[in-house]
Write a protein that binds this ligand. Sequence first.
Ligand code: 7TS
Length: 420
Amino acid sequence: MTPAEASAARAVDPQGFDIDRVRADFPILQQEVHGRQLVYLDNAATTQKPASVIEALERYYYLDNANVHRGAHELSERATRAFEAAREKVRGFLHAHDATEIVFVRGATEAINLVAQSYGRANIKQGDEVLLTEMEHHSNIVPWQLLCEQTGAVLKVVPINEHGELILDEFDRLLTKRTKLVGIVHVSNALGTINPIKTLIHKAHDVGAVVLVDGAQAVAHIQVDVRDLDCDFYAFSGHKLYGPTGIGVLYAKQSILEAMPPYQGGGEMIEHVTFEKTTYNKLPYKFEAGTPNIAGAIGLGASIDYLRTMGLGAVSAHERSVLRYATQRAQEIKGLRIIGTAGLKCSILSFVVAGTHPADFGTILDQLGVAIRTGHHCAMPVMQHFDIPGTARASIGMYNTRQEVDVFIDGVARAKRMLS
Ligand code: 7TS
């Protein structure tokens, strides 16, 4: 057992979540930035990686590196086994029926583009409608705009209210027989809102529309069960799940994937090629053209193992308590306005302070060792809705503590004094 595995095993604490042990598993957190202990509160942008994930990547490159599905040698067999084992871990994590429903992609962005260009081009025609929400990340807006430009389909948008919640009556009004696809974010990266996707998926199916859920901000915080949700597509990125960058997942129902044309052409996705006609490989390889991100998939598998050891329920409960505390403390700061006050939310504390610019908070907090993100968070329509240039955003991960929230809030108060 490696030291990281031993540490992960120790952290299974029947009494609850052992935050000190969790923090010890993330080497990057043990450092100072600008002479201060690092407080990493930018988890919505990307999460840090536990030692077990870093070691899985290292082990793969030290010992097993080879191309998959093709080599007639031991290393290739090992690499293939590890790569396919990772796919099976993702299947279990999402509770999908079958590993053939798990397509490895670069990230949530590529997953959504794949669906728009493959499913969308084949099934969405002039006059059809694609229904999105006002709180989507640009990754779940622009691919559909491109599709609409290509096909003559029409984009419709469900508005949000002043809390940053979907206006469900508007969803009902905008969902019609013309709606062919609904794209909804599971958890908003700018607001933290958790959408009632199961209900929305059910309603969409009633009018014959398929549903793509952008789960980029959900998977690290909420137990996702694609069979229970009955979503047609679910997309997420490994790097927001304590895994590596450059790897992500598109889940899609098998019957839908079977009927979809390939997205990209190349090696791996073919069965037989002649200049006259090419036939395609079976699922999921039909959608995995070229040499995949083998190490990335293995690292993602390791991050799922890690999360399972910690227990997503315990992780969520801990994060909820830290977010509640951060919200209370933020409300003590006069002039601070929280953007995103939905009844159901997770991980995200976005705010503006009267008379200041959000970007200045990022710069001042950075000098105090606190990493947050400022700006529009690739959700410009949300900023337009609230008529603000952007927000300062703290996003909470499993290793964040109330003490870190105190450092962050003291920093915000200090920045506010300096800026006003
Ligand atoms: N969808 C949502 C809801 C996201 O939050 C993001 C990234 C993406 C899609 C795209 O993910 P990618 O891995 O393909 O880039 N969100 C953020 C963020 O909030 N800060 O940096 C990236």
